[in-house]
Design a binder for this molecule. Structure first.
Ligand code: SAH
Length: 239
């Protein structure tokens, strides 16, 4: 069944699609009156709906049934990551949505090479919608405004598990398998941090340790930001 995202939360038996979603429905599908589609509004529910009226730039639909379907992880996962460039950034966001990350926080670090602009963030939010439609997720992953590393390090509430990815360099690392078991068993909020291509500086890493973040290593090779981030989320959450 084709899925469409409505900007305005569905609260009655009528819904209206506009913009690129309407374009897709009218011209790409293409829609006909009476056709049934699924609507998501990012609220954690999805709706069976039927096309009532097709206009030049919008489609009116009748909402038939609301289904509250939970496709979220059983614990909130916040991923702090220094965004890579261009397509790699889109890839990272798409996969983070698929794996169930609840909040993505772009990190500003000493060696960050790029500061995301509001235009690039709104482009990434569109990727979130596309990816959610494709993977069946009905709550949108939030992309926060960029945050300093210091703010992010202090952000997790007391009961959270805080994990920083850092290539092995003789420092003690936690076993990902043990962390995963406790995450799945305890359902505590998880915060994970992945650094820039140049890595976290010694001072930044010391600050993580000072704020009780646990370091994990992901093997003997240096992974690119997006590989490290997605591997870490998968290793900690898949059951
Ligand atoms: N030149 C940097 C590597 C940066 S890779 C250095 O040697 O530290 C970008 C980020 O991906 C790192 O900051 C880290 O968070 C993560 N990362 C990459 N490879 C990793 C590995 N093998 N284990 C743990 N984290 C890794």
């Amino acid at each position: 069944m084709h899925r469409f995202f409505v900007e305005t939360p569905v609260s009655s038996n009528k819904a209206y699609l506009a913009g690129s979603e309407a374009h897709h429905l009218i011209h790409v599908l293409p829609a006909s009156v009476g056709m049934e589609v699924v609507l998501i509004d990012g609220s954690g529910a999805e709706f069976d709906a039927r096309v009532l009226r097709i206009e030049r730039r919008g489609v009116e639909l009748e909402v038939i049934t609301r289904h509250a379907i939970d496709r979220e992880l059983s614990f909130p996962f916040t991923l702090g990551v220094t965004l890579p460039k261009g397509d790699r950034q889109r890839w990272l966001v798409e996969k983070a949505v698929e794996l169930g990350v609840q909040t993505l926080v772009p990190l500003q670090t000493e060696r960050s090479v790029l500061t995301p602009t509001s235009t690039s963030l709104s482009r990434l939010r569109k990727v979130v919608i596309e990816s959610s439609k494709q993977c069946g997720r009905n709550q949108l992953m939030q992309i926060d405004t960029p945050q300093s590393l210091e703010t992010f390090q202090q952000r997790p509430p007391q009961e959270s598990l805080q994990i920083v990815a850092h290539p092995t360099s003789g420092i003690p690392v936690s076993s990902i398998e043990d962390l995963r078991s406790s995450i799945l068993a305890e359902g505590r909020p998880v915060f994970a941090a992945v650094g820039p291509e140049g890595g976290f500086s010694d001072q930044e890493f010391a600050d993580f340790q000072g704020a009780s973040w646990q370091a994990v290593s992901m093997g003997l090779r240096i992974l690119r930001i997006e590989t490290a981030a997605i591997s870490l989320v998968a290793a900690l959450t898949l059951r």
